[in-house]
Design a binder for this molecule. Structure first.
Ligand code: HEM
Length: 208
């Protein structure tokens, strides 16, 4: 029977495939809001299909549960900096995915909003919520790259130390640059983003 760790790795493949497409979508924002929205419209044709979305969301739920279990069980036995980085980045991802996917699904089902770019970034434009969203998105994207780097480091246990170090350092470097670019562009520091009032309203107290 496959171990929990093996199932965790298998489910990570589908999530990582979606996450790479998803982050590519966010990087396209550097070319402007219309390019980002057009990319998402095309990508949704694939990931909004029930045969893709249902397994993806089930994998996310399993990944969060199994990841937290591995962290709790392995915390005391984890030896060395890489084991600790893997546990820490996994815990950040679990926390992020719970909030992120919960927010997207409730935005769609309860608030009846199109969960597009404006839904994701509105908090940057309604003080003081930017203090939450800067570290929230930056750490989530960096944690994803760090977690994958740690997995590659573990996988290459028989490789020369130099290759192992490279397998970890490269994702950390790329992840830092990608996270910074994405967060700067979400916050409108690279190209303009005009968030419609209906999206900002979810952060302001409703007035009767
Ligand atoms: C800066 C970072 C991110 C932003 C701004 C962002 C934004 C969004 C938006 C706007 C949606 C809704 C998409 C739609 O309605 O079609 C979404 C959905 C989702 N995101 Fe992210 N995301 C980010 C990072 C991530 C990361 C790192 C992961 C995974 C590790 C992730 C996983 C998901 C998942 C699983 C969904 C649900 C897909 C669905 O079924 O509709 N996101 N995100």
């Amino acid at each position: 029977m496959p171990t929990l760790r093996a199932l965790h790795r298998t489910s990570a493949v589908l999530i990582a495939a979606f996450a790479l497409l998803h982050l590519a979508n966010h990087l396209v924002l550097l070319a402007g809001v219309p390019a980002h929205i057009a990319f998402m419209k095309a990508a949704r044709v694939v990931y909004r299909q029930p045969w893709v979305e249902v397994p993806l969301l089930l994998c996310v739920a399993f990944q969060v549960g199994s990841g937290l279990w591995l962290v709790v069980r392995g915390w005391k036995h984890g030896r060395g900096a890489v084991a600790r980085l893997q546990a820490l980045s996994g815990a950040i991802l679990a926390f992020f995915l719970l909030i992120h996917v919960g927010a997207v699904l409730s935005g769609r089902m309860l608030l009846d909003l199109d969960t597009n770019l404006y839904f994701a970034v509105a908090g940057f434009y309604v003080p003081p919520f930017q203090f939450f969203f800067w570290p929230y998105y930056f750490l989530a994207v960096l944690a994803l790259f760090a977690h994958l780097g740690c997995a590659a480091w573990r996988h290459l246990s028989k490789a020369p130390p130099r290759s192992r170090r490279l397998a970890l350092a490269l994702p950390l470097l790329v992840g830092s640059v990608v996270s910074l670019l994405i967060v700067l562009s979400l916050a409108g520091k690279i190209q303009p983003v005009e968030v419609p009032a209906e999206y900002k309203a979810k952060f302001t107290l409703q007035q009767s």
